[in-house]
Ligand binder design. Sequence first.
Ligand SMILES: C[S@@+](CC[C@H](N)C(=O)[O-])C[C@H]1O[C@@H](n2cnc3c(N)ncnc32)[C@H](O)[C@@H]1O
Length: 210
Amino acid sequence: MNLTPEEYVNQLYKDDEQLEQVKESIRELGMPEVSVAPAYGRLLTILVQTSRAESAIEIGALGGYSGICIAKGLPVHGQLLSLELKEEYAKLAKENLEIAGFGTCVDYMIGPALDSLERLKQDGRKFDFFFIDADKENYPLYLEYAIQLANPGSVIVGDNCFLRGRTLNPEKNGPAVQGMRRFNEQIASDDRLVSTLLPDYDGLSISWVK
Ligand SMILES: C[S@@+](CC[C@H](N)C(=O)[O-])C[C@H]1O[C@@H](n2cnc3c(N)ncnc32)[C@H](O)[C@@H]1O
């Protein structure tokens, strides 16, 4: 029987021990097992590294899986700012980044990401890399903030663009689906961006800020 594309890719790459430990810690605490897919985690590292990003933001820390992937691509003096709604999730992510050796390059802002982003905008902060991976209904707003906080040449990545098929199903029209459709349409048409949407796993958008 044929392997699925995901199975085929997964068997080519050895499990990363640090990242497996993050998944285990998430399971132990009964947190949702929704870390970014391993192949997209590797892509995050490559995108951070090849874009030469020095400052990154992720929206949605969970247990630190994507945080480690992003931190791996940063230079020694690079910084990751991780926005997370739940204090207990940020605590676990912080612990896992420390175990992985990235404790000094990550900071957390706890609370609704829209509040944190507004504060960063008021403070005139700028970043080189963005990973959007939190509540789906706010993706269009997260994208607008990312563009406003972006240095020219920044990269903005968004996960779960297909919402496990719901985005593609015309009978599904809940707030998350509507938000995700708007986000996908925005990245495809916004003149400030050059974008693509990868049609594998749960859909991953990649945009380059002009
Ligand atoms: C899919 S998980 C993130 C997974 C993580 N990026 C990874 O791949 O390791 C989504 C996270 O977004 C957080 N979240 C949900 N709504 C949020 C909000 N309004 N502001 C900040 N974080 C939020 C959740 O608590 C959860 O930890």
